[in-house]
Design a protein around this ligand. Sequence first.
Ligand code: OOG
Length: 248
Amino acid sequence: MADIAKLADALDAAVRDARAIPKLTERDPFDVATAYLVQREVIDRRKARGERLAGVKMGFTSRAKMVQMGVDDVIWGLLTDAMVVESTVDASALIHPRIEPEIAFLIGREVRSPADAGAAVAGVAVGFEVLDSRYEDFKFTLPDVIADNASAAGFGFGSWHPPRDLANVGLIMEIDGRVAQTGSSAAILGDPWRSLRAAARLAQEAGIALEPGHVVLAGAATAAVPLPAGAHVRVTGAGLGSVEVTTR
Ligand code: OOG
């Protein structure tokens, strides 16, 4: 039987020391259900240190990401307020950060069921996610990446817009003025609203309440790119404006 506390300790220490660790399944294989228990335990530790749940993120909702990372199932992770990026990211506090464009949803009232999730959304925005796998070489199996909270390290979003059709929003991610990735929100499960409903379903199954003020990241529309120190990144979504971040 996997030792949840021990696995959570290893991941928690990797975040705090900004040091990569070997894949946890290498020594001690575990399944997806166990991986989610580890994820929960890691977040519980962060909460015990004063962090609050700020939302959830969906992962591997696009082909580009599945192919990039060699996995084939949708996953999710938990976001805390300490992961919110206002305008700068300290890359030196991370292991090997990457960034990817996102569509974000702002929850306006408690989500009672997956079917109710759309009506509970108060706003939509273009966003980004900073990923930082705690594993060596950014390589993992599905249970490893789930235990590692879906590589979540930080996230940001532009200004909120009224809920709208998001089936084909053009997304551009520029790094230092050069286009690094382009894509369409259609890459996110065909429509990011589908990803929102999937998040609501997973939250319900996990007994986690999606509450007013929480943010749901629908998942990247493109592959992620390395995020070096001293970079300036801008992600623009057609009709949604843009969001910028610099690294130091
Ligand atoms: C895991 C996180 C995947 C996405 O948007 O697909 C993800 C990773 O690639 O490290 O967040």
